[in-house]
Design a protein around this ligand. Structure first.
Ligand SMILES: Nc1ncnc2c1ncn2[C@@H]1O[C@H](COP(=O)(O)OP(=O)(O)O)[C@@H](O)[C@H]1O
Ligand SMILES: [Mg+2]
Length: 503
């Protein structure tokens, strides 16, 4: 640089104090001045920059593509990048202006670092995607549980009446047909239960359980079952011993991921499982929970591309010839219902990691599990049973089952009728069997009434195959001693519950 500095005295002071990064470029596109803020952002010292062609780092455009010099365009708040000394591209908003100084043309370029804004925008976008995804899963879940519910209502009378007939039919061939009917109904119920398992409407049997031994057993099982060409690496790096949840479901969730991992390593590899403590992961929507335990399951398999990755939790999405596409969907729902979340990292040809986060509850919350109360056998002494159930077949089945055992039964098929009838016979009733979702309201309205008038002196069995929300059942459970019988149920199960109390 032969020329003297363009800016002196007060001009220089102002130049250095500007709240934007500024540099000045001459007609040969060489940097003739730059202020401190610009140097801070670029991480250069001044002498490394002066005299260099601006395209090299400040405005990474190809030769001949400079908007100002080559195209004569105005630049105002243009979103572009500058290249930091370490090569990192910093997003900026840039404005340029041509000026004449001492008979020469210069360009003054000012820029603002927008990395932080970009980061927030990206985070918002991610959150939006997450929201969209969870809404989609919710919709599919609702659909699945709706179908499963209908299914169960059809199956309940089929298996129920088959059981009645079994006592009446003497003919061996008839008995065989009945067995077939019962078997088919049971298979149907299994499928319905599976479908409810995919949806989020099923109640989860939450309880405090020994997570450490679950993981121990799980890994023990894997050692004997995974293919010989896969090495298992297991690390338990947490002090968490117990968590709150359904161990059966959690094991299923983990197993689905392990099966996929093994399938992705057909030619062998390493399966590593690491359990450790973490703070609440950003992707977890349950803000009130603080401590989580993370189960990371990694494989060195074929990995997946972006397009696959965004679909893996969708029901029925599979890239396998005989895949069901339900493994990860089920896992997602199970973890979600436990208040946890799941993330995935994958690189094609390198491998995949699934991280499962499960909340570790604080001491107070651990006690939530309701205690079963001892119930005297046959404690109700054949009193009047009040049945509220809208499905005719199920109502009939309950009535027949109970009458055959000597109970008197009065029934109602909707809430309005039930409330009226209850007023008339409330002093004679000894047991209420109540469906939750009724055509004209929730069974909880009647329950409220009962608890208000009779406290816990009147026994209530809630039956439902479709807890509108699991929380609905939870709410009901808070009303005191209430027993819950999930649909479909066999007449014998109902009778056992009525006679012996909750199992
Ligand atoms: N560990 C993994 N490595 C590579 N791809 C995987 C992995 N886990 C899941 N996937 C992809 O996700 C898809 C869905 O998995 P899943 O829901 O378990 O259904 P399925 O195993 O029946 O295909 C798989 O078909 C596969 O493309
Ligand atoms: Mg699978």
């Amino acid at each position: 640089m032969t020329q003297k500095s363009l800016l002196e005295g007060n001009e220089r002071l102002i130049f250095e104090a500007l709240p934007t990064g500024v540099f000045i470029v001459d007609e040969q596109k060489r940097v003739v001045d730059i202020n401190t803020l610009a140097l801070d952002i670029l991480k250069y010292v001044k002498r490394e920059i002066l005299g260099r062609v601006c395209h090299e780092f400040i405005c990474p455009k190809k030769e001949g593509a400079c908007p100002i010099f080559d195209k004569g365009e105005e630049v105002y708040n243009l979103e572009t990048v500058i290249i930091r000394k370490d090569g990192k591209r910093i997003p900026v908003l840039k404005s340029c202006q041509k000026v004449e100084l001492e008979g020469r043309t210069y360009i003054i370029e000012g820029f603002v670092d927008i990395s932080e804004r970009k980061r927030i925008e990206e985070e918002n976008l991610k959150l939006q995607e997450q929201l969209f995804h969870s809404q989609k899963m919710e919709a599919v879940g609702t659909l699945a549980s709706g179908v499963a519910h209908e299914f169960k209502n059809i199956l309940t009378p089929i298996s129920g009446y088959a059981e009645f007939l079994e006592e009446m039919v003497e003919d061996p061939e008839g008995k065989m047909y009945l067995d077939i009917i019962k078997g088919a109904a049971e298979r149907g119920a299994e499928i319905a239960n599976k479908m409810l398992g995919f949806s989020r409407k099923t109640p989860v049997d939450l309880r405090k359980f020994n997570f450490r031994s679950l993981m121990g057993n799980f890994v023990g099982l894997l050692k004997t079952t995974i293919p010989k060409n896969i090495r298992l690496d297991f690390h338990y790096r947490t002090r968490v011993r117990t968590i709150f949840g359904d161990p059966r479901l959690i094991e299923q969730a983990l197993m689905n991921i392990v099966i996929n991992a093994c399938e992705a390593m057909a030619d062998g590899g390493v399966l590593s499982i690491v359990v450790e403590d973490v703070d609440r992961p950003a992707s977890c929507k349950f803000r009130q929970l603080e401590r989580f335990v993370k189960v990371g399951i990694s494989d060195t398999g074929h990995g997946m591309d972006e397009a696959t990755k965004v679909k893996i939790f969708d029901p029925f999405f599979t890239t396998k010839q005989s895949g069901s596409g339900l493994g990860l969907y089920t896992t997602y729902n199970i973890i979600d219902r436990h208040g946890g979340c799941i993330t995935v990292y994958s690189e094609k040809g390198v491998g995949t990691t699934f991280n499962i986060y499960l909340p570790v509850l604080k001491k107070k919350e651990k006690k939530r599990r309701e205690v079963k109360e001892p119930v005297e056998s046959d404690g109700i002494g054949r009193p009047l049973v009040f049945v509220v159930e809208d499905e005719k077949e199920i109502r009939d089945m309950i009535r027949i089952t109970l009458r055959r055992r000597g109970f008197d039964v009065v029934d109602a098929s909707n809430l309005t009728e039930a409330m009226k009838l209850y007023e008339r016979i409330k002093d004679e009733i000894g047991l209420v069997i109540l469906d939750v979702v009724l055509p004209d309201g929730m069974g909880t309205a009647l329950l409220n009434q009962i608890r208000k008038e009779k406290g816990e002196t009147l026994r209530v069995i809630v039956v439902s195959g479709y807890p509108k929300e699991f929380s609905e059942i939870r709410k009901i459970m808070k009303y005191g001693r209430i027993e819950y019988l999930p649909k479909p149920f066999k007449p014998q199960t109902l009778l056992n519950m009525v006679l012996l109390g909750p199992m």
